[in-house]
Structure formats: C-alpha cells, structure tokens
Design a protein around this ligand. Sequence first.
Ligand SMILES: Cc1ncc(COP(=O)(O)O)c(C=O)c1O
Length: 424
Amino acid sequence: MSSPVAMQFPLSARSARTTDSPISWLMKLAVEDPEILSLAAGFVDTKTLPNDLTRGAINRLFDKGDDAKNALQYGLTAGLKDLRLALAARLEKQGIPDVDPDCIVISNGGQQGLYTITEVLCDVGDVVLVEDPTYFVYMDVLKSAGAHTLGINTDEEGVIPSALEERFEELHREGLRDRLRILYVMSYYANPKGSNMSTERRRQIYDIYQRELQRGTPFVLIEDASYRDLCLEGKDEPFLKSFDPENEFVFTTGTFSKAFAPGFRLGWSYMPPDLHRAMCRQKGNQDFGSSNMNQTILADLLRSGDYDTAAERFRDRYRAKRDALLAAMKEFWPSDVELVYPYGGLYVWAKLPGVNTDPGSDFFNACLEQKVIYVPGYYCFCDKTQDPKPVDTMRICYGVIDIDPMREAVRRMGAVIERFRKKR
Ligand SMILES: Cc1ncc(COP(=O)(O)O)c(C=O)c1O
C-alpha cells in the first residue's frame, strides 16, 4: 500500500497569523543541550517551589472527606467564589478600594486573561499601544488577533509620559485614533526591562489616559501587575487600578505563578462589569472555568497565609540571585554596559553599546559556542518601535538558573563581549 499523502488542511486566517513563539527555538536549544547555561529561560526558581505548603493544603482539602468533592466538580466560569473573595480582600489590603469579587475572573494563568481580553476587544486592524520593549508573548497574542502594535518609549520607570502623548497625537493625525482599543502597561518590574513606575509616574500615565479618553472612542488601560509580589527592594507602589475607584476603566491582571507556582496555572483579572460579562462569555467558550481543584487549594493557601510565606521565600531567593548576578556583571563585564537596576521581578535588561546582540548575530553565535544563551532584545520591540530599532540589548533572567552556573555564564559572556569590543 502506498504511504498516505499528508493532508494540507486550509487553516483559518487567525491560525495563519499565529506563528511559533520567536523564542521557542531558544528554549529548544537549552533542552537539547543540557550543558547550555540559559540566561534566557523565564522559569521560576525550582528549588523554592513550595512542595511543603502545597502538600499541606491538599491534605487539608481531602481530610474533609465528602466535602472535598466540590473541588472535583465543575465550577463557575468566572472562578471559585471563595478564591475571588480571598483575592478581593487581598487587593483591598493592597490599596484598591471596594473590590467587587463579581468583577474578577480567574483564568488559566495570567496569559489566558490577556488572551481573552484581547479577543474581547480587538478586531483585525485595531491598534494597541504597548510599552517598548514589551512582554513578547503578549505581542504574539496581538499578532494573532491581527492588531497593530505601536511602541511607547520607556525609561527605568516604564512608559515615558511625553512619548505616550506623542503616540496619541500621531494616532489622531493618521486618522487611526478610532481604532485604538488597548493601552498595555506593566506597572511592576516589567518583562523584559525590569522597569518600575514611581507613584508620580503612575499618576501621570493615568491622567494622560483619562484626558485621551475624552478625545475619542473609549479604550481600555490594561495594567499587567504580574510581578507585583516580587518586590525585592523599596516600597510597594499603588496599583494603577487604585486611581479608578469606581472600577470604570482599568483592567488589572496578575498571576499566582510568580510568587507561588506556575504549575497551578492560575491568574486573575479585575475589570469593569461590562468587560467582565464579555470575558466570561469568551472564557465559557474556551473551558467553562479554570480548574476548580487548583482554585480550591489556592483559596486555602491565600487565607492561611501560606501564599505569603511562599512569596517571602521567593523574594529572599531572588534578592540573593539578583545581587549575585549584578556582582558578576560588575566583575566580568566592561563598565560601560548599561543596566536597568531591577528593584523586583526576574530580569535584568542590558545594553551593550557597539555590540549587535540580535538572533543569529556573530555575538549571539559566539555566546552559543561558549554554551551561554540570552534573549536578544530584538524580540521585545514591537511593530512600530524606536527608529532605528535598537540592536544592542538583551534580557537576562535570574529566575531558574542557580547562582554558580549563572556566575559562570556571566564570566563566559564577559569574555565574548571583550573579544567583540577589541574587533571594533
Ligand atoms: C508580563 C507578564 N504577564 C503575564 C505573564 C503570564 O504568566 P502566567 O500565565 O504564568 O500567569 C507573564 C509570564 O511570564 C509575564 O511575564
């Protein structure tokens, strides 16, 4: 019998727009060669993952006998009420007034929340403003939706107010303002830049957003607060959402991945009621709700204080790792490498003046020969970015790699940087 010919099924336009994540090849490199020291992987610290606390909560649940069965049943699309109540209480303590648990959606990671709100708001050809550089996985979501991404320049406090105003003016000039649907900002320790907004910057950005709302079609401010629980130094800044006390404008999203465990695949978002209804309709089509069992366990972890215990452990560990990373960079890298100091989160953004760090560049390949990889900044800039697009940046992650191999990776990379400098 002749071997079957592979079918060429016609894909939807959305599928055709959806490409592999640009960094999946980086992850593949690391998986295929265990000797590679990856400063690219965005995973969390494996050693700190809370086995003990998770086991305790699971035991408490199943010690309840038949009462535990609800956890094994289908649940609500918006998420387990008990978890939404615990989260609402937590968000109020963190400064958001009168949080309505019925305006919270629990999702499969923060990622599903971002995906779903984009489905709710964007059609092909719509415009989304993002800070530049930005979270590249969200750019994949926007690309898949057919949205155009316009970058707003950032400094170490994130979005620069005047750059945001300029982008709005540009949209008016080009007749695109009515296509604007989302302004996406990371309000804490951004991925990839590690930038963190001061209270004053938050106020400025919120005020500019409010002024712009008066000038055309309404659009949503998405506040991605995924790294809020990883404050390593300094004070907690207020959520952008706290400037929206009536819950009318801002969609704030966060995750339980970074300070507890990504394996739970649970995240949350808090939003105005009409968006909540639309989100639940979309999420209902996807899955009828996130895992009821995981949500039940997490609600216990939040209420018992075990979530905070885990978060504290992660912060201690990341503080030590961040400091070790910065010390190694100081020791092994030229002094003119520019770093954004991370007050929290998992990333250091580095600019290597005069060195092209792009994927496939000689520098990237030389690092690879030394068995070291990083995320080229190239992937983090959006469709309409700075002109010219920067070619000399990289994201270094201290999340999963241990301190000794991290130090060794930085040492090897330092030698490559020196070599490239001499060549110039
Ligand atoms: C900025 C940002 N937002 C959202 C997410 C989504 O994370 P998760 O789906 O694990 O909650 C991530 C993950 O790395 C992130 O970096």
